[in-house]
Design a protein around this ligand. Structure first.
Ligand code: 8YV
Length: 331
């Protein structure tokens, strides 16, 4: 009988990472990428010591109670709002995430979405594909400038800082930010960003970009009241999490021209998208792909796998989300 720890890979991942895990563990993998219900997830996890999860796999108190053998969940995502961290800590279950390896890739995408939104890239492409482009006109798809504009970033962690650098150094933008805590002066200078309160940011930014982690406190950071404070010419970009923006209120603001445009990579209740967002033209919609380059997704999966190996064979992890390391539960 195998004495290797047993792990579940809860969603399909790169075969090479699965091969790596198989060298260390007895692995069950959802390589068919089936949509398991919470009950099915419990059934697969009940006899496992560890799990590799993604952002769509919810680790709740009820699941932890039903899986007493579980000792670690390694998330292939920097965000971990799919984990009930207090319940994991109380149950002695280690959680890990996948920071750093996706910072620059995600910042690139934040900028891509900002530029596509402000310069109306997808809206104009749809127009062209629909055969509507018959002649040039002076104001056809006029958008707003990125260079020289004021970029307001809400959430100034690693990804926010990487976006600020792109804006300040690459595009000559005035970068302002709002964050729970202010960065030290050296970090502010390195990313060319100035701290302001949230109202000042909303009122003065030409482009508002959200990259704040999701929690009860950040739910609807942008709702009808905040949208009303923004410039009517402004764009709003959300690469953070669904639920940071009130999508219904945003759809109204876009339809009524209270802001110019929005770019969204994340949605409340995704993969469902608020139906009103699908019918307004001035929004660019992408299916949660900000970290999606092959190299970065591979690095995220490998970091999650490394956390599992380190936990079971070295008694430590690289990127914990609950510290200090909880004492491993006995199998
Ligand atoms: C992931 C993300 O693609 O890392 C995160 O927090 O949102 C994305 O990079 C997604 O969560 C899948 O795990």
């Amino acid at each position: 009988m195998s004495t290797k720890p047993r792990i579940l890979v809860a969603r399909a991942i790169f075969p090479e990472v699965l091969d790596f895990l198989s060298q260390h563990f007895e692995v069950e993998s959802n390589q068919d990428d089936l949509d398991w219900s919470p009950e099915e997830l419990v059934r697969h996890l009940q006899d496992k010591d560890g799990a590799l999860t993604t952002g769509s796999v919810s680790i709740s108190a009820a699941l932890l109670a039903a899986c007493p053998q579980l000792r670690i969940c390694a998330n292939m995502a920097v965000g971990f709002n799919n984990f009930d961290v207090p319940a994991m800590t109380a149950a002695g279950v280690q959680g890990t995430n996948a920071p750093d390896v996706l910072t620059e890739t995600t910042a690139d995408f934040g900028f891509a979405l900002l530029m596509a939104t402000a310069r109306r890239v997808t809206e104009s492409e749809h127009y062209l594909r629909a055969g509507k482009w018959t002649r040039w006109s002076y104001d056809m798809f006029c958008g707003s400038d990125i260079h020289g504009a004021t970029l307001g970033i809400i959430g100034m962690g690693r990804i926010g800082q990487a976006i600020a650098r792109r804006g300040a150094l690459g595009f000559g933008m005035q970068v302002i930010y709002h964050n729970r805590s202010r960065l030290d002066a050296a970090t502010e200078a390195a990313c060319g960003a100035r701290y302001v309160d949230k109202d000042t940011l909303l009122q003065s930014a030409d482009h508002v970009l959200l990259v704040v982690p999701y929690s009860a406190a950040s739910h609807h950071t942008i709702g009808a009241a905040e949208l009303a404070r923004m410039k009517p010419t402004a764009t709003l970009i959300n690469i953070a999490r669904g639920g940071i923006v009130d999508d219904a209120a945003l759809a109204v603001a876009l339809r009524e021209g209270r802001i110019a445009a929005a770019g969204l990579d994340v949605f409340e209740g995704e993969p469902k998208v608020h139906p009103d967002l699908l019918t307004v033209p001035n929004v660019v919609l992408t299916p949660h792909i900000a970290s999606a380059t092959r190299r970065t997704r591979l690095a995220m999966a490998q970091l999650a796998a490394d956390n599992l190996v380190d936990y079971f064979f070295r008694g430590t992890v690289r990127t914990p989300v609950n510290t200090p390391l909880p004492v491993a539960r006995s199998a």
